[in-house]
Design a protein around this ligand. Structure first.
Ligand SMILES: Cc1cc2nc3c(=O)[nH]c(=O)nc-3n(C[C@H](O)[C@H](O)[C@H](O)COP(=O)(O)OP(=O)(O)OC[C@H]3O[C@@H](n4cnc5c(N)ncnc54)[C@H](O)[C@@H]3O)c2cc1C
Length: 483
């Protein structure tokens, strides 16, 4: 490959902080809030123009909160409910959230209340290292190239981008040579859901569940209507037979290829806090690897076409969608998995399924393996049976190769199946919180290596959140049945 050489150039160091955070998704937000609350001076760089990452810009606006220390997510959703005058928190373990409410609440919490220096439109484009230490990051934004120095750095980019640029060991490939498929999320507005539910009640033979799903997602139209009325998450997903039937009847309008794309997930609508629109989680890429910009760019354009195809089908053949319109596609790809950074410990599927405990646990999760291959009906689910959680050790939150680099969120140190279990929004936020607490403790006490952290302090911060949990009711409901 041809290379170009750039002459040495000077980059101004615009700030020295205790903690630098790359990425403002759920993990970055958790890290920023906690690091600031623990007394650190924090700068967060976000390449987009809002906080929340996949939850807001990615339109994946449904927070899964199973039995873990989801205290920060709990706090965020409580604030969102208060802002909207709703009570969606009670809907857990799966809470629909409005992405615009998310953006304003996260800015209030991170910028206004914790005084984190958030730089939007700012990409981490380089890392200056000295042996096993990160000395500075190079940021690219409207000002050109600037540098920031910090005592500790937390990678919350989802893609492990800062660690990758630093030369840390990352993991992408796994056995089948593709990662969990991404999804470009979109919303459809002006939908008459009541009409759709009535149609389902009148034609039950068309709405028989054929695809693999969670037990708790098996909802009839009648149950969905009831849930929506009571501000509880509704999962509307039984369109497989309708797709097959209508596509074969109208081949001039929907080709075999269109049908194949529609059948990959069979169309899945998610309810949202505000009425008359649905969130759609249905596009897939069957051969996603997650480590190439060419792949990402092509997927984004291809999946936007699929969003329009899905909407065209719904408008034509799903009663209640006749007057609907495609409201928006997400401003970022919904990436379930790309690079993961190798830590001192790598979480495995075996750890998850044996509910493994660790002395340096910072988070306790109960989500099971959920791998989206992207091919037709190929969602691999292994729901965990029991109320126990498995631990995520602090050793999975710092890079093996560096002394001052932590990571949180979906780029933490886990194998492909383990990440598929432990990537939910509330978990990412909790991991961010642990990393933020650790970075603040380390920088505040002048320690030079993340391995010297006062783990008791971090655990106390994380454990304090357990006090906010009362899972008894949903544990009874969702975890005590026969599978
Ligand atoms: C389709 C889909 C469905 C899902 N379903 C659910 C669900 O139902 N419930 C649930 O709880 N979870 C769900 N998840 C999982 C969850 O949304 C993600 O795992 C979680 O949002 C990851 O959070 P994160 O902070 O690690 O990363 P992200 O949300 O990816 O945030 C990373 C942030 O870093 C920024 N960034 C990236 N690179 C740079 C850079 N170089 N410089 C500066 N900023 C950068 C990005 O712009 C982004 O804001 C789903 C995910 C997907 C994709």
């Amino acid at each position: 490959m041809e290379h170009i050489t750039i002459r040495e150039h000077q980059i101004p160091v615009v700030k020295n902080v205790d903690v630098f955070i790359a990425g403002g998704g759920p993990a970055g937000v958790g890290a920023a809030i906690q690091a600031a609350r623990s007394g650190a001076d924090v700068l967060l760089a976000e390449r987009l123009f809002c906080l929340g990452g996949t939850m807001t810009a990615g339109l994946m606006s449904k927070v899964a909160m199973s039995a873990c220390n989801y205290g920060l997510a709990h706090e965020i959703i409580t604030r969102m409910d208060a802002y909207q005058g709703t009570h969606y928190l009670d809907s857990r373990p799966e809470v629909p959230v409005d992405p615009e409410t998310g953006k304003i609440i996260l800015e209030q919490m991170v910028i206004d209340e914790e005084h984190v220096d958030v730089r939007y439109g700012t990409v981490v484009s380089g890392v200056v290292t000295n042996g096993r230490e990160i000395e500075a990051v190079v940021l690219s934004n409207l000002d050109g190239e600037i540098a920031v120095r910090a005592k500790y750095y937390i990678d919350c980019t989802g893609d492990g981008q800062m660690a990758f640029l630093a030369g840390a060991e990352c993991m992408t490939e796994q056995g089948e040579s593709y990662s969990s498929s991404p999804t470009l999320m979109f919303r459809i507005g002006n939908v008459d859901l009541e009409k759709m539910f009535r149609y389902e009640e009148e034609n039950p033979e068309l709405f028989v569940r054929e695809y693999n799903t969670y037990k708790r997602h098996l909802m009839t139209g009648t149950e969905c209507r009831e849930n929506i009325r009571n501000q509880i998450y509704a999962h509307m997903a039984d369109f497989v037979r309708l797709i097959r039937l209508r596509c074969s009847e109208h081949r001039d309008e929907f080709s075999e290829e269109d049908e194949e794309i529609l059948l990959r997930r069979g169309i899945l609508f998610l309810s949202q806090p505000y009425p008359n629109h649905v969130l759609v989680n249905s596009t897939t890429n069957p051969a996603w690897r997650g480590d190439s910009n060419v792949e990402l760019s092509a997927s984004m354009a291809e999946m936007r076409k699929h969003c329009h195809l899905i909407h065209r089908f719904a408008k034509r053949f799903i009663p209640g969608f006749e007057e609907s319109f495609l409201m928006d596609t997400a401003s970022m790809m919904g990436i379930r998995e790309s690079r993961r950074i190798r830590g001192e410990y790598v979480l495995t599927q075996e750890d998850i399924e044996s509910f493994k405990k660790h002395d340096d646990a910072v988070c306790s999760n109960s989500g099971g393996v959920e791998i989206h291959s992207g091919k037709k009906n190929s969602l691999l689910l292994r729901e965990l049976d029991g109320v126990e959680g498995y631990d995520i050790p602090f050793r999975a939150l710092y890079a093996k190769d560096f002394t001052n680099l932590l990571m949180a969120g979906r780029c933490f140190s886990a194998t492909h199946p383990a990440l598929s279990a432990a990537r939910n929004i509330s978990y990412c936020c909790a991991l961010g919180q642990a990393a933020g607490a650790a970075a603040a403790e380390l920088s505040g006490s002048g320690k030079k290596d993340v391995r010297d952290v006062d783990i008791r302090y971090v655990q106390e911060v994380c454990r304090a959140n357990l006090a906010t949990m009362d899972n008894t009711e949903y544990v009874k409901k969702y975890f005590s049945e026969e599978t």
